[in-house]
Design a protein around this ligand. Structure first.
Ligand SMILES: [Zn+2]
Ligand SMILES: [Zn+2]
Length: 281
């Protein structure tokens, strides 16, 4: 049997692995295909592609966008993206700026509580264009302000806690369109985590291509439920570990093994999309 992991993060967002380390783990676990889906960036894809090729692993360039539909937040995975697409890069840069501003706002809120954390220490630790809450938490640990990530999130960073700052998001419909115009397939990430089943029909209407049925935090019952939904709406099925390296837990890569037949369907869908676009021209 051949397997894939289509949901992975590196140091180019909030993961701790380099692309080379991640590809190394993939090779050790015997994955046939891997996708990189760092938050709001495609920067790591070039290096990941080279590392995967050297390890004999098929590579799918991707990203994970934070979006919203009405009041519902969701994550959208984009696969087979043209990582040089101008509009994609422009929009991504805009959301990276939003992330960087948010770090300043969170740090200011933490300082207001009398906790001395410097924004520069967060940026230095993150060392990427897509900094996020895990980087704030890690900088707090490094400065000896909290003992671990759980404390950082429970005391400060979780939604509803004093240093939580809402993040401006793109609409899900814009997100799907952005992925499509960059030649990609748009997939709803970990629907079981966000409990957002009621918005699936609207996403399908907007052109959603697939749904992440298999995810580390999905129970077997959840995966089965989303496989049924995929069948009902004729959506592609994806899956991945959502590994962030040594972040909150030990590395999750290997916990989800997507059967390769689903990757073949992704290739076929991408091919169809390409010929559709070709016919329109
Ligand atoms: Zn996510
Ligand atoms: Zn993720």
């Amino acid at each position: 049997m051949k397997f894939a992991d289509l949901h992975l993060h590196t140091q180019f967002s909030d993961g701790t692995f380099t692309p080379e380390e991640l590809a190394g783990h993939g090779a050790r676990l015997g994955f046939a295909a891997m996708a990189l889906t760092d938050h709001d960036t495609v920067e790591g894809c070039a290096r990941m592609g080279v590392a995967c090729a050297a390890a004999g692993i098929e590579f799918i360039p991707g990203t994970e966008l934070t979006a919203e539909l009405g009041d519902t937040e969701l994550h959208l995975l984009g696969y087979f993206l043209d990582t040089h697409n101008e509009k994609l890069l422009r929009e991504i840069a805009r959301f990276q700026a939003v992330r960087q501003n948010r770090i300043h706002e969170m740090v200011a809120a933490i300082n207001k509580l009398g906790v001395p954390l410097a924004a520069e220490s967060v940026f230095a630790l993150a060392n990427c264009k897509s900094p996020g809450r895990p980087h704030v938490a890690r900088a707090m640990i490094k400065a000896g302000l909290v003992k671990n990530l759980d404390e950082a999130f429970e005391w400060f960073l979780k939604k509803g806690r004093p240093a939580w700052v809402p993040k401006a998001k793109m609409s899900a419909l814009e997100g799907i369109e952005l992925i499509h115009q960059a030649g990609g397939l748009a997939v709803m990430a970990h629907p079981g985590l966000n409990r957002t089943d009621d918005i699936i029909p609207a996403l399908v209407e907007a052109g959603l291509d697939g749904i992440e049925c298999f995810h580390t935090k999905h129970s077997t019952a959840m995966s089965e439920r989303y496989l049924e939904i995929a069948e009902k709406y004729d959506l592609l099925v994806t899956g991945g570990s959502d590994c962030h390296g040594f972040s909150k837990n030990k590395p999750l890569i290997g916990t989800v093994k997507l059967p390769y037949e689903h990757v073949e369907r992704l290739y076929a869908a991408r091919q169809n999309r390409k010929s559709e676009i070709g016919n329109r021209k």
